[in-house]
Write a new protein. Structure first.
Length: 457
């Protein structure tokens, strides 16, 4: 009897599948700009055909539409979205515009493909006679606002959810990002202890933002540090919402602004002084050479300190180096500039001896001090404010005091901006967007304007 029941159930399922395959021939999705306004949300159109003996032709075509949350301009959608051929040019401004357009196309196409895939998946798992315009708009809404699972036993207390979130992200982020997340967590926990009240995820609201800012300013935290902590709190809250945890409806109203930080870089002239300076101490000579390598490769210390002779190859007359970025996991191929090759040449093609991050940061300060990098500039240094606490203090310092391992990446981006197209510089640094790349530049508007004027004279 049981065996008969199993077979009968299986037959019913097979018949249903066959019936569905007979009914549904095909479905497709396309996107349209249906507004008279210069900027609007795209419409999604679902086209499908049902095969049935009830129709005169044996089938019937259906077309239904719904509104997405993908906003574009009319000019972009009509003239630029499908553009694949671009004019050849050596003009840097034109090359940058082309690169930005390609990035925008890629970003929008990615979102269109995700939405299309979601709708088609839902379509294929739904009975044909229940599909209509209302069904389609509901599916689009569900795509943007997934249904929360209220029975997931996720922690609701802030400190517990922070642990849950940070540990869950550990396998997907760099060690540096993981450590920074824990530093911010400690800030939030200290704030909670100061209030003498357990904070829940739903308490991350406008009152929290205002109280947290006041507390941090009183404790001497830098403005940008506070802003990063609030932004992190919003990110964690959004993650909690996606996991079915109750969160505040005020999240979108929580806004943070960062103040422009005082960035520094080593100019070509300063780098020439450093390159000409010789050191008797091997550890300082090694640090000097690594500093040169970093300033002419544009890489993070986690990457350039792993460079090895075996990574270098020759392509025609050009020297390249292949490696994988630790932070992003991106496989990189970048040119090995002459300044780097000069360092390797005096070492028979080998890279300098490795130095731990902490010692390297200490040594390059000494290197720059002895090389005469003593111009007074505005910057921020950590100062001890209590036995266990340090805070950043902003004032004028001799430049060598502000040198850290990240100076190489920032110097590379700044020194070659205006000389090399941004699209090429981004390929070397590994930045995915122009916005992120521009953040590394240590140039004011006047300097950028002077750089840009070179192409109009």
């Amino acid at each position: 009897m049981d065996l008969f029941q199993i077979n009968r159930t299986t037959i019913v399922q097979i018949n249903y599948i066959c019936m569905t395959l007979k009914l549904l021939l095909m479905a497709s999705v396309n996107f349209l700009y249906r507004s008279t306004k210069p900027k609007a949300y795209l419409n999604l159109r679902l086209l499908y055909r049902i095969n049935s003996d009830t129709y005169n032709k044996g089938y019937k075509d259906f077309v239904i539409g719904g509104k997405t949350q993908i906003e574009v301009t009319k000019i972009y959608w009509i003239k630029e979205h499908l553009l694949t051929r671009f004019k050849r040019t050596n003009d840097i401004e034109e090359l940058n515009k082309i690169q930005l357009l390609k990035e925008k196309q890629s970003e929008i196409n990615s979102e269109l493909n995700k939405l299309e895939g979601y709708i088609l998946n839902m379509f294929n798992s739904t009975k044909p006679d229940t599909i209509n315009k209302k069904w389609l708009q509901n599916q689009i809404n569900k795509y943007y606002n997934p249904t929360k699972d209220n029975n997931n036993n996720k922690p609701e207390a802030l400190n517990e959810y922070l642990d849950y979130y940070i540990e869950g992200q550990k396998a997907h982020v760099s060690l540096g990002t993981y450590k920074k997340s824990n530093v911010i967590k400690q800030m939030l926990v200290r704030f909670q202890d100061n209030r003498n009240k357990t904070l829940l995820m739903k308490d991350i609201n406008l009152d929290f933002k205002n109280e947290f800012e006041s507390y941090c300013l009183e404790m001497g935290y830098a403005y940008n540090t506070i802003a990063r902590a609030i932004k992190f709190s919003k990110t964690v809250s959004r993650h909690a919402y996606s996991q079915g945890v109750e969160t505040s409806r005020q999240l979108d109203s929580i806004k943070t602004k960062t103040k422009e930080s005082h960035k520094i870089h080593l100019t070509h002239e300063e780098l020439d002084k450093i390159r000409k300076k010789k050191f008797k101490e091997p550890h300082l000579q090694n640090a000097r050479d690594w500093l040169i390598i970093s300033c002419y490769s544009g890489q993070r210390i986690s990457d350039f300190m792993r460079f090895k002779k075996e990574m270098i190859r020759k392509a025609g007359e050009k020297y390249l180096i292949d490696f994988k970025q630790i932070k992003t996991g991106k496989v990189m191929t970048i040119p090995l500039l002459k300044e780097v090759r000069d360092v390797l040449e005096i070492r028979n093609g080998d890279f300098p001896k490795l130095q731990p991050d902490q010692k390297y940061n200490k040594h390059i300060k000494t290197v720059c001090r002895r090389a005469g990098i003593k111009e007074e500039v505005l910057g921020s240094l950590k100062v001890k404010v209590s036995e266990k606490q340090y805070r950043h203090q902003t004032k004028h310092y001799e430049k060598w005091k502000l040198i850290t391992s990240h100076i190489g990446r920032r110097s590379f981006a700044t020194n070659y901006y205006g000389e090399v197209p941004i699209s090429h510089l981004k390929t070397i640094t590994g930045h995915t967007t122009e916005h992120n790349f521009i953040a590394y530049l240590v140039k004011g508007d006047e300097e950028k304007a002077i750089d840009a004027s070179k192409y109009f004279d």
